[in-house]
Ligand binder design. Structure first.
Ligand code: ADP
Ligand code: ADP
Ligand code: ZN
Length: 221
């Protein structure tokens, strides 16, 4: 199964993608996580991406598309994957559609996690990220066992530089201009489902598994 997560920055794409990944046993591919890992490692890609990310802008399509095409060609993606944060522009979506078509396949579901802008800024100020393993927490809604420390790897948690309110506002502008049109794109492809992302995480996950028609579904643990 090949799934795309759509939604504004902070809508809960990563949180839900992680759960879907576990449930279906398919890899969770987050372009944001890949960029952040490259920034941390000081690679050429990381240096290039950082200049855009810090300003709340998108990394150019050619860089991003190549990265994702390479990733989905890997062995662990042969039974499907969840793309979280890609595509983010119409040209990215068209490149993906073309590449999949050439392989005789297509996206099965595009899940739009719908959260209004008003809720986003408040939610983002509480997000805490582990830049070592990519795990995400929230100061109110998803607390780690020990404040400021990642449950999974023990590294310190940080407020991402681009999660500060000024940059979030810019990212929301970019979202409305460049990413939101993808909702119509995937509606036309007949694969869109929309879930109310303002509900608590468990309920959002329940709604997603229902719309995916998940026969494997069991109660969230
Ligand atoms: P969020 O989780 O808030 O939606 P991400 O971690 O997905 O944010 O992305 C962080 C930043 O990385 C984006 O603001 C953007 O600069 C860059 N980025 C991630 N995915 C893409 C993409 N598909 N195209 C261009 N830039 C991207
Ligand atoms: P995205 O990947 O879309 O940017 P995240 O999954 O990182 O979003 O979620 C953004 C922040 O909001 C995180 O701190 C996360 O713990 C929190 N969060 C995610 N889903 C919910 C929810 N349904 N209710 C409250 N907080 C949430
Ligand atoms: Zn960690």
């Amino acid at each position: 199964m090949k799934i795309i997560m759509l939604g504004a920055p902070g809508a809960g794409k990563g949180t839900q993608a992680e759960r879907i990944s576990k449930k279906y046993g398919i890899p969770h591919i987050s372009t944001g996580d890949i960029f952040r890992a490259n920034i941390k490692a000081g690679t050429e890609l990381g240096i290039k991406a950082k200049a855009y990310i810090d300003k709340g802008l998108l990394v150019p399509d050619d860089v991003t598309v190549d990265l994702v095409m390479d990733r989905i060609s890997q062995e662990d993606c042969k039974n499907g994957y969840i793309l979280d944060g890609f595509p983010r522009t119409i040209p990215q979506a068209e490149s993906l559609t073309r590449a999949l078509k050439a392989r005789g396949t297509s996206i099965d579901h595009a899940v739009d996690v719908d959260v209004p802008d008003e809720s986003i800024i408040a939610r983002m100020s509480g997000r805490r990220a582990c830049l070592t393993c990519g795990a995400t927490y929230h100061t109110v809604y998803a607390k780690p066992a020990k404040e400021g420390i990642c449950d999974k790897c023990g590294a310190s948690l940080v407020l991402r530089e681009d999660d500060k309110p000024e940059t979030v506002k810019q990212r929301l502008l970019v979202y409305h201009e460049q990413t939101k049109p993808l909702i119509d794109y995937y509606r036309k492809e007949n694969v869109l489902c929309t879930v109310d992302g303002t509900q608590d995480m468990e309920k959002v996950f329940l709604d997603i598994t229902k719309t995916l028609g998940c026969l494997l579904y069991t109660s969230p643990s």
